[in-house]
Structure formats: structure tokens, C-alpha cells
Design a protein around this ligand. Structure first.
Ligand code: SF4
Ligand code: MG
Length: 283
């Protein structure tokens, strides 16, 4: 049986010492090993950014894809080989900026993959620009007078668009992150894990200490109901989004099963070149 070490590669991470992405990598390696998976059963697709390098450090099938395109790549992999455990990973700029369109549509399709976002509220690889999750007023090279925009509310967006599993984790708590990864990977359907993963080099505001002061852990809340979307949205609003734990989960049919169960219907609806009578005959 594979151990955590079997999911390591010979490549030494080039992340800055202290970067939150180290914890995400270690927690993911631990989670897949504890789930009894072998490297050849897993595919990790990453986007572009510091976090995108994760596919070079994780021993499995891997695909370092284009900026913002990890989700369509992972979707294609899953639909082509439904036996694979498919994980997509990237950063807040990659996933919630250029990749935002793919994000919403992957959520609503309920593709059976896990999506790990290393959210540091900044663009790290390009040396520190305001990102889609930077707070309003955040100062950087691209917003010297403070960001004018509201930050993207990614987990809330996932919940209201029908996500079947939504969680948040923090690089300062590897135990909780590992447990959440295990549940996310085991979940049947699209599972989002937004990880607060501090950029120690360029983000001097949203530091480990800052997150520790802000974070509310739903595991410590009495009567928290992860099946209740209203409850999740209320707690998120009260804590300005800085909430960790499994925020929301529901059972929903996964895309490839819906499509395979209704393949003739889908073919008739999709193949508009067929004469109407032939389409009808297929239904
Ligand atoms: Fe991590 Fe920031 Fe360094 Fe990139 S620049 S490796 S995000 S600490
Ligand atoms: Mg980022």
C-alpha cells in the first residue's frame, strides 16, 4: 500500500520558506495515502501561479495546464476515465480571476472532481499584485491607493450555484486540512476546498497571525448544520468569509452518470444536424 512518501517526487519545491503551499502539498499527500490510493489511480491538474507548481511535486499522473484552465482539463480527464481520482489545484488569481467562468460551470455541472484553491489574496508568482480575493482597500503594486473592488466571494458563489461539497481550510492547521481533503476526495461530486495559504513574501497583511485571529472553525460551533445552505451563508457573512471546516454538503447526481444514463436523449438533443423525426425516434 502506498505511503505519503510514494506521492513525493524528486523535485525540490521552489516555494519561499514558510509559504502556505507546503502544508497543502503535505496534507494532500497524507490524505491520498490514508485513503488507500496508489499514485497511478490519481491525476493532479494544476493551473498557473506559485500554487500551480504543485503538480511537479506530487507523484501521480499530472498535467500543468494553462492559466485558469485547470477545471476544463480536469473535467476532460474525468469524463474520459471515470475510474481516476481527479484533483485540480491552483491559486485565487488563477481560479477566481481568469478561471471564474469555468469555476461556476464546473460547480453547477457537479463534475466528480476535487478542486483545491490555495488562496493567499494576492498574485505571488508575478511578485505581488491585487488578486480577486484581496480585500477592498488592499494596497499593492496594482492598487497603490487601495483596491476599489469588493473581493470575490468564492465559497458563497459555489453554494448558491448548487455545489455539492464546499469547505475551507488553513495552512496553519494541517490536521483539519488533511481531514477535509480526505472527505472532499471521497465525496461523490464536485468538491471545493478553498485553502487560506499565506504568501509570506508579498502579502504582509493576510499573514498566518492575521488568519489565526480572524478564523472561525465550524467544528467548534454548536449545532452547525453543513446540510443547511442558509446556515453556511449566515456564518460566512458574520465572519466576513474567514470560516474553516466543511461548510456545506448535499447529495446531487454527478454529471457523467446523468449523461451516461440519458445518452440517447442527450445525443438527440445535442446533434441538431439530425432531422427532427430521427431526433424524436431517439427520445
Ligand atoms: Fe508562496 Fe508567495 Fe513565495 Fe509564491 S511568492 S512561493 S505564494 S510565499
Ligand atoms: Mg494567489
Amino acid at each position: 500500500m502506498a505511503t505519503m512518501k510514494d506521492f513525493r517526487t524528486k523535485n525540490k519545491p521552489t516555494w519561499c520558506p514558510g509559504c502556505g503551499d507546503f502544508t497543502v502539498l503535505a496534507a494532500l499527500q497524507k490524505a491520498v495515502a490514508e485513503l488507500g490510493l496508489e499514485p497511478e489511480q490519481v491525476a493532479l491538474v494544476s493551473g498557473i501561479g506559485c500554487s500551480g507548481k504543485i503538480s511537479q511535486y506530487f507523484n501521480s499522473y499530472g498535467f500543468h495546464s494553462l492559466h485558469g484552465r485547470s477545471l476544463p482539463t480536469a473535467t476532460g480527464l474525468k469524463l474520459a476515465n471515470q475510474d481516476l481520482t481527479v484533483i485540480a489545484a491552483g491559486g485565487d488569481g488563477d481560479g477566481y480571476g481568469i478561471g471564474m467562468g469555468h469555476f461556476v460551470h464546473t460547480v453547477r455541472r457537479n463534475i466528480d472532481i476535487t478542486y483545491i484553491v490555495m488562496d493567499n489574496h494576492i498574485y505571488g508568482l508575478t511578485t505581488g499584485q491585487t488578486s480577486p480575493t484581496s480585500e477592498r482597500g488592499f494596497r499593492s503594486k496594482t492598487s497603490p491607493q487601495g483596491a476599489a473592488e469588493e473581493p470575490v466571494k468564492a465559497v458563497e458563489t459555489a453554494i448558491v450555484n448548487g455545489a455539492s461539497f464546499v469547505a475551507q481550510a488553513f495552512s496553519g492547521d494541517v490536521k483539519q486540512m488533511t481531514r477535509i481533503f480526505k472527505e472532499a476526495i471521497s465525496h461523490k461530486g464536485f468538491a471545493l476546498v478553498n485553502c487560506f495559504s499565506p504568501c509570506v513574501t508579498f502579502n504582509k497583511v493576510n499573514t498566518y497571525e492575521w488568519f489565526k485571529e480572524q478564523l472561525v472553525n465550524v467544528d467548534e460551533l454548536e449545532n452547525y448544520q453543513p446540510e443547511d445552505a442558509d446556515c453556511a451563508l449566515r456564518v460566512l457573512a458574520e465572519a466576513n468569509g474567514t470560516v474553516t471546516g466543511i461548510l456545506y454538503k448535499q447529495k446531487r447526481p454527478v454529471y457523467h452518470e446523468v449523461m451516461s444514463g440519458a445518452s440517447d436523449v442527450a445525443a438527440a438533443k445535442l446533434d441538431l444536424r439530425l432531422p427532427k423525426e430521427e431526433q424524436q425516434a431517439l427520445l
